[in-house]
Design a protein. Structure first.
Length: 175
């Protein structure tokens, strides 16, 4: 079946206009903005201008989404990709609709194995396709049964540094 999928981080243009109540009260304005989005709704900030920062197939490194490896308790830090990291999240996909029963780890793992290679390739403008296989690999996470019960339906695709933490971003073309 079809699955919603998206690149993790993006710099997008947005137009803001008055809502219906403000319009009724005479508000007539529009504001254009650059919006930094990511699939995990993690807080992100960027100081500076977005002018000239969009290039087809190349995400500015400061907008990429990297993280450290989990510790023994499953905790990790989200870091800028210029800092040492083990994983770069490059894409996400919706496993199933909100009302779907939990399909089980094996079925979701198989779906991730089917979707993540093409999603990573698209998110990195095919740079991940040429990554040295002994140095980088593709990995993914998906909701566990308890996460599913709380409404999580998102699978996540990562480029993983296999040997040691690395710096740079596949999405930005700096890794």
């Amino acid at each position: 079946g079809a699955h919603d999928a998206w690149i993790v981080s993006s710099l997008e243009g947005a137009l803001f206009v008055p809502g219906p109540a403000a319009w009724v009260h005479g508000q007539r304005w529009a504001a254009c903005a650059a919006v930094l989005k990511n699939s995990d709704l993690a807080l992100a900030s960027y100081a500076g201008t977005a002018r000239g920062r969009r290039t087809a197939g190349k995400l500015p490194e400061e907008f990429a989404w990297c993280r450290t490896d989990d510790d023994q308790q499953g905790h990790f830090d989200i870091v800028g990709c210029a800092r040492p990291h083990s994983l770069e999240q490059v894409a996400s996909f919706r496993v199933a609709g909100a009302d779907a029963a939990y399909p089980g780890n094996d079925q979701i793992d198989a779906l991730a194995g089917e979707l993540c290679p093409a999603l990573a390739s698209a998110a990195t403008a095919k740079r991940s396709d040429a990554a040295p296989t002994g140095t980088y690999g593709l990995s993914w996470t998906f909701p566990r049964e308890q996460d599913w019960a709380q409404g999580d339906r998102t699978g996540r695709c990562y480029i993983r540094s296999l040997k040691a933490p690395t710096t740079g971003s596949f999405a930005a073309g700096t890794a």
